[in-house]
Design a protein around this ligand. Structure first.
Ligand code: M6R
Length: 368
């Protein structure tokens, strides 16, 4: 049931505070430690892992790209991310010391299933992050972390994505905890921050009007670009995918640092360019993204900037400014993707498309 919403997708966007809260439920004990009982791989085995390979498709692949930044930072285990359909065909280097993490909302995606079969044949351990109880992928994995998003009906993944991000963070923090890494205090702080995430998402949803107006303004645009850096880069890719799927317009996500290496040639007068700005940190990432905004603005693009509310420089460089809550850099994608989901949903609605059943797409791709 759509419960008064025009589309399942819109309903699912608005369910994200609850879905994220449910995915976090019961994961923390009273000592502030993370419990992931479902990881039925012994701590000894997890301590011996020397490489992590994440395989997934589409939106789940973008969740995996975010996970790479987080897992490598917290655990110092090298982590690769690969589109599942490419994985087994290149004879990947995996062995019993490799942990393969697979992410799939449906748990039935054929490319992903074939990738994990191949990984297990090579002796790797497989952990699935999945939203569907008892689906084939979790059944064929050594362990599973279920996201508790509830059924996702809209073909475009929304709450599937944000809960996958949360599950990836939990896995990364759990591995760091098991391996006794130096980030003990950081882990506790991040877990507390994750618990506040539903509230942060709700804040984004409560301010949706600005994004809806923007979608109406851009309804006839033939092309939209998305820029991001660090974990903002997969957010840019996912924002572009939503627009392609639903509105059938040319949309591309780029790593902002790549701009000068080619994509800047696409920038023209009035081109809508979304930019995800990282929080201020010790590195100069945020400053660099702010100067990227100036570069595209100078060429006449219409910059839609997503940044922390008190980032006055980013605000000054924006044609439209979308406020993000204060979050750690690694967790920012969970909030930053919300306006991009709303934007694509609304734009496609105004265009008169079927948002829940976009042309040529199936909810679950069960052939390779
Ligand atoms: O069920 P899965 O998570 O394995 O599906 C993977 C992709 O097919 C899926 O994310 C697809 O890209 C969505 N339509 C994105 O909105």
């Amino acid at each position: 049931q759509k419960q008064g919403y025009d589309w399942y997708m819109r309903k699912e966007i608005f369910e994200q505070p609850r879905a994220v809260a449910d995915t976090l439920l019961g994961r923390l004990n009273e000592r502030g430690e993370l419990i992931l009982d479902e990881i039925r791989i012994s701590p000894e085995t997890l301590r011996r892992i020397d490489k992590i390979v994440i395989v997934a498709c589409g939106t789940a692949f973008y969740a995996g790209l975010v996970a790479k930044y987080a897992i490598e930072h917290w655990t110092r285990i090298p982590c690769e991310v690969e589109v599942a359909s490419e994985f087994r065909y290149r004879d990947p280097i995996i062995d019993p010391m490799t942990l393969v993490v697979t992410i799939s909302q449906s748990g039935e995606t054929a490319d992903t299933l074939m990738a994990i079969r191949h990984a297990r044949e090579q002796g790797a351990k497989v952990i699935a992050i999945c939203n569907t109880n008892g689906a084939t992928i979790p059944r064929e994995s050594d362990a599973v972390i279920y996201t508790h998003a509830g059924p996702e009906i809209g073909v475009a993944s929304t709450k599937g994505f944000t809960t996958q991000l949360v599950a990836c963070y939990l896995l990364g923090l759990y591995l760091a905890q098991v391996r006794g890494m130096k980030y003990g205090d950081e882990i506790a702080a991040l877990l507390r921050e994750l618990e506040r995430m539903p509230e942060a998402i709700q804040g984004m949803l409560d301010n949706q009007q600005q994004v809806l107006d923007l979608a109406r303004e851009f309804v006839n645009e033939p092309s939209v670009l998305f820029l991001g850096r660090h974990v903002g880069y997969p957010v840019a890719l996912e924002g572009a995918l939503k627009l392609k799927e639903l509105a059938y317009i040319h949309a591309e996500g780029f790593a902002a640092g790549e701009l000068k290496h080619g994509p800047i040639a696409l920038i023209r007068e009035d081109l809508p360019v979304f930019v995800v700005v990282p929080p201020r940190g010790r590195d100069q990432l945020r400053d660099k993204v702010v100067s990227n905004i100036a570069e595209v603005r100078a060429r006449g693009a219409k910059t839609i900037v997503l940044a922390e509310a008190d980032d006055e420089e980013a605000r000054a460089a924006a044609a439209v400014f979308i406020e993000l809550p204060k979050l750690s850099t690694l967790l920012q994608p969970v909030a930053a993707i919300i306006p991009l989901q709303l934007f694509a949903c609304e734009l496609a609605t105004v265009q008169g498309h079927d948002v829940d059943q976009p042309r040529n797409l199936a909810k679950s791709v069960t052939v390779e």
